[in-house]
Unconditional design. Structure first.
Length: 65
């Protein structure tokens, strides 16, 4: 019974993924990324987001006791 349910769930997931319009979804994702970058450039430095690799690296704290 569980095998039948897993097979039907797998088939349903595959059909659902194939039915999605991936070009539109990727376009929306690219648009959101572009807006995030533009917004980060546009705002002042105090409100700007630190990107990965640009944050200062803090020292490892000393061991306690």
């Amino acid at each position: 019974m569980i095998k039948v349910w897993l097979k039907s769930a797998k088939d349903w997931c595959i059909k659902y993924c194939k039915s999605l319009n991936w070009v539109v979804l990727l376009g929306i994702a690219a648009f959101c990324i572009a807006l995030a970058i533009i917004n980060n450039i546009r705002v002042e430095d105090s409100k700007s987001v630190e990107w990965i690799g640009s944050q200062e690296i803090l020292e490892k704290p000393a061991e306690i006791l």
